[in-house]
Design a binder for this molecule. Sequence first.
Ligand code: ZN
Length: 221
Amino acid sequence: MKQITEDVHLITGVPPYAINAYLVGDVLVDAMTKRDAKRILKALRGHPVVAHAITHAHPDHQGASHAVCETLGIPLWAPELDVPAVEDSALIAQRQPDHPINRLFEKLMTGPSHPVSRVLREGDDVAGFTVLDTPGHSAGHMSLWREADRTLIVGDVLNNQHPLLGFPRGLREPLSFFTPDPERNRQSIRRLGELDPAIVLFGHGPAHRDPARFREFCAGV
Ligand SMILES: [Zn+2]
């Protein structure tokens, strides 16, 4: 596990940055796929973890949520409009555009359902970060913002590399067949750009530390 900035550690897999999770203070944010439970638990060893939150109910973010919460005995937190899909993971694929890759990912990555203990809404606090409603990539997708040092965790509102191929690196909108409402997602991107973050952390891709470039990209979608 690698420290990215104050109180934020990156957990990533093989290849690096293909799918990311973060330990934010003592809260695990996102949980990769159902095949990654061991990797995540190993990375968390020795670190206090009191809760697990997900940015959105997609297979590569909730896959290991059930296993991690059961093993560590911690509650699961999720943004309001994605709670139904977290609690009934059969809904995850039903809420996605109908595409062969989504049907494949459902088999390979989607984890079991798990009850949500805390429903997250705009303005709530998660380990010193503020919850922002950023829907479009999923109905309830949230981002996390810490104004004090302008750190932003965006989940999949944007990617910083091609999410399937790993290259090219760089800012991009998420793929349309993973995004039920691309226009609503663009509104979320523009909102995030206006925050003028110093460092941006993604579900897919390395950290981004070029505020001017980020602002420009977000304003242009
Ligand atoms: Zn996603």
